[in-house]
Design a protein around this ligand. Structure first.
Ligand SMILES: Cc1ncc(C[n+]2csc(CCOP(=O)(O)OP(=O)(O)O)c2C)c(N)n1
Ligand SMILES: [Mg+2]
Length: 750
């Protein structure tokens, strides 16, 4: 706990009972604890007042949870251990060293609010210097991230060289620190234990024996919903008690001495490497859920009075008096000092400069490393037989003879595998995990050469566990939020997780992490934190039999999320160059790999060497033309090319075919230059037509190139259905070369 300044005279004059300790806590520590708890409560009161005066815009209190916070901070170390608190943890943050002024700057939304620069609601704590990691409003997303944070600490302790800075990529801008016995603290409410991610986090922490303290602050309510509705049997401790390797505590969380002793046992257990700890603390919530809630609508006076008798602030005050640690004068002195400080800090916060509107685009992406820049423009190494085997892609190439020129041509699967391998050799911060990505989790089978290993359902990660070890390449549980949430926590610490979502169709359990967490970490923390994760996803149809749940696209759902880069290559060389950029850049990237293209003859290429990169947001003109522009990407590229070539042959219509390659950011300049030349635009994509990626491109062309158009902007896409199993239906649903041919011809003849 950060020490607060205590008047030495106060200590001299008013502490009667100096020698006695309470579970190891000295009188002075208890006095300090009281000061912080009282400060926390009065800050809530002040914010409530300011909210009523419309000088702050939201208030949620930590009232009733204060004893727990100070107790945790007496055990854990700011800037050493890691903290994923939730909004009731004001006292924890104060005790770790955050100041009342910093909190009030958050309440008024000041530019200097250290948690978010006025971007997040108050009580969404983030203090970089204290290792208090940015949190969101989503209940429960912090828990898997905390697990990832703890995993990162352990990985770094085993791979200390990974922490070194290196030039030329994201590592230059990412400080990494770790301690061998560090602990990650994460807290949540009783209601939040109903979220699936809570259980996923316990599962992984238990399985990997991670040093995480899970603190459930059980105030019996989640807004108006009581605990027995959330939790079968009404007690979360009973439900979680079966998780192996955990240390469990169930305590009265309004008593700081009890809570201190409990956290001490929990932290000792974690630091010793035995596994995680679970502290279930019973607390109270005296101030309704937030200032937008009136608990008298659903809680009778009797219940509220019973809670009041356990209020931690008067409770500790009584304790100090009863034990003779402070007399009334001593209490009054502390309280007066706190009131004066809060008054002065509130005045300063109200006078503090507010953020300027022109800053809103700051930190959507990394300000340090621009993946669209020339830094990421590195040409392929000249194809040579020896170079072609450099990355030793493990996935089989159909060509046997290295002398055969065709054997130099690698599939997209080959080159993705080679790129991962090259990058892992170069950068020890890279960790790969996901469903089935390991060669074999039971590694003794590999060591004894009993099995060859799997390496992904599409074999894209084949051989990586064998080369880099199970610390760096491993299977996750079958839980997509688990994959992305943990990766986010790891990346916050400086690692580079390159995780795999097995099928795009099953990305949705990770949606909260992908929409509300990963892409927002930098922006919402005003650049204090970042999480440049790469999420590789097998996507798309044209599989003949892929059906509804193995054919989906849906890229526009993600291009609609600021902060996320979205890439969708159509050939082997682009996949290699763009994946390397994705890995080396400083932003989170959704890397979409079309399953049908993994081993397609179209788009094979020689191994381009270990440094080949393509900047994001640069389209490729697949073929130049004059009569119309076709803008497309992914598996539609070869189909559109086929249609364009037929059109040229049969009708002398010349198509300019643009492969976007990167969907966010996208290459508007290439589109505009082409449409200005051809005056006709067709956007072709595999996803269902309506509200799809083409809608945005079409709207931009209509908006900005209207005067250059000789025909309406057209789209070709899948039908507004899902993809069916029967090939006759699949063909009718997904855009075919014949559909593209027809649409191109009509547009050219318009
Ligand atoms: C995922 C999600 N669902 C709903 C909400 C709205 N919400 C905010 S706090 C809250 C209740 C949380 O209760 P609990 O976990 O018990 O914490 P407490 O507020 O009682 O401390 C709800 C439903 C949210 N923020 N996030
Ligand atoms: Mg609650």
């Amino acid at each position: 706990m950060a020490t607060t300044k205590v008047d030495p005279k106060l200590s001299e004059n008013n502490i009667a009972n100096k020698a006695k300790t309470y579970q190891g806590l000295t009188s002075q520590q208890l006095i300090d604890a009281y000061r912080i708890m009282f400060t926390s409560r009065r800050l809530d009161d002040r914010e409530i007042l300011l909210k009523r005066q419309q000088k702050v815009y939201f208030q949620i209190s930590g009232a009733g949870h204060e004893a727990l916070g100070v107790a945790a901070a007496l055990v854990l170390k700011p800037g050493y251990d890691w903290f994923y608190p939730y909004y009731r943890d004001r006292a924890l943050c104060l005790a770790l060293g955050a100041t009342p002024l910093e909190m009030l700057l958050g309440a008024v939304g000041a530019a200097d609010d250290p948690s978010s620069g006025g971007r997040q609601m108050p009580s969404h704590w983030a203090y970089k210097r204290l290792n208090v990691v940015t949190q969101s409003s989503c209940t429960g997303t912090q828990i898997l991230q905390a697990v990832g944070c703890a995993e990162a600490g352990r990985y770094l302790a085993r791979h200390p060289n990974a922490s070194q800075k290196a030039g030329g990529d994201y590592r230059q801008f990412k400080d990494v620190q770790f301690r061998g016995d560090e602990v990650t603290y994460v807290s949540l409410g009783d209601g939040t234990t109903s979220e699936g991610e809570f259980w996923e986090a316990l599962n992984t922490a238990s399985n990997r024996r991670l040093p995480v303290i899970f603190c459930v602050e059980d105030n019996q309510y989640a807004i108006s919903v009581p605990v027995e509705v959330q939790t079968a049997g009404g007690n979360i401790s009973r439900l979680v008690s079966g998780f192996p390797s955990f240390h469990f505590e169930e305590i009265e969380g309004t008593d700081p001495v009890v809570a201190y002793a409990s956290f001490k046992r929990a932290a000792d257990y974690c630091r010793a490497g035995h596994g995680p700890a679970f502290v279930h603390a019973h607390v109270i919530r005296p101030y309704s859920h937030s200032l937008s809630d009136d608990e008298r609508l659903y809680r009778p006076d009797s219940e509220r009075q019973a809670d009041a008798a356990r209020d931690p602030v008067p409770r500790l005050q009584m304790f100090l008096l009863r034990e003779g640690i402070l007399d009334e004068k001593g209490i009054n002195k502390i309280e007066k000092e706190v009131e004066e400080q809060i008054q002065a800090d509130a005045d300063r916060a109200l006078d503090a400069p507010v953020p300027q509107p022109e800053t809103i685009y700051h930190y959507v992406y990394s300000p340090d490393l621009d993946p669209t820049s020339a830094v990421f423009d590195a040409h392929p190494a000249l194809p040579a037989p020896e170079a072609a085997t450099e990355g030793k892609p493990a996935a089989a190439s159909p060509n046997k003879s290295p002398q055969n020129k065709a054997s130099l041509n690698k599939t997209m699967a080959d080159l993705i595998n080679a790129t991962l391998r090259d990058e892992m050799r170069r950068d020890e911060r890279i960790i790969i995990f996901g469903e089935d990505v390991a060669d074999a989790s039971r590694e003794e089978y590999l060591k004894q050469k009993q099995v060859k290993g799997k390496g992904g359902v599409f074999k894209l990660t084949s051989g990586l566990q064998v080369e880099f070890g199970s610390d760096r390449v491993f299977n996750s549980p079958l839980a997509e939020a688990n994959i992305v949430g943990r990766a986010t926590g790891m990346a916050t610490r400086g690692l580079k997780p390159v995780v795999e979502i097995q099928f795009f169709d099953y990305i949705w359990p990770a949606m909260m992490q992908l929409r509300d967490e990963l892409p927002l970490i930098r922006w919402r923390s005003n650049n204090a934190f970042s999480a440049p994760v790469v999420v590789r996803v097998a996507i798309g149809g044209y599989l003949t039999g892929g059906a509804i749940y193995h054919s989906q696209c849906g890229e526009s759902i993600f291009t609609h999320t600021p902060g996320l880069r979205v890439v969708f290559p159509s050939n082997a060389l682009d996949a290699a160059g763009l994946l390397r950029t994705a890995i080396r850049c400083d932003d989170p990237v959704l890397f979409l790999e079309h399953k049908r293209l993994y081993r397609e003859t179209y788009g094979r290429a020689p191994y381009p060497g270990p440094d080949y990169m393509i900047p994001f947001g640069k389209a490729k003109v697949v073929q130049a033309g004059t009569n119309l522009t076709v803008i497309t990407y992914g598996a539609v590229v070869p189909r559109a090319l086929q249609a364009a070539q037929k059109l040229e042959r049969e009708h002398r219509i010349s198509v300019e075919l643009i492969d976007l390659r990167c969907l966010s950011p996208f290459d508007w300049d290439a589109i505009a230059a082409s449409v200005k030349k051809t005056n006709r635009a067709l956007i072709a994509y595999e996803d269902s037509l309506s509200w799809g990626y083409g809608a945005e491109i079409s709207a931009r062309i209509a908006d900005q190139l209207f005067h250059h158009l000789d025909a309406p902007v057209k789209r070709v896409a899948a039908t507004d259905t899902f993809v069916a199993y029967q090939p006759i239906l699949e063909n009718a649903i997904l855009p075919q070369a014949s559909d593209l041919f027809r649409a191109m011809k009509e547009l050219a003849e318009f």
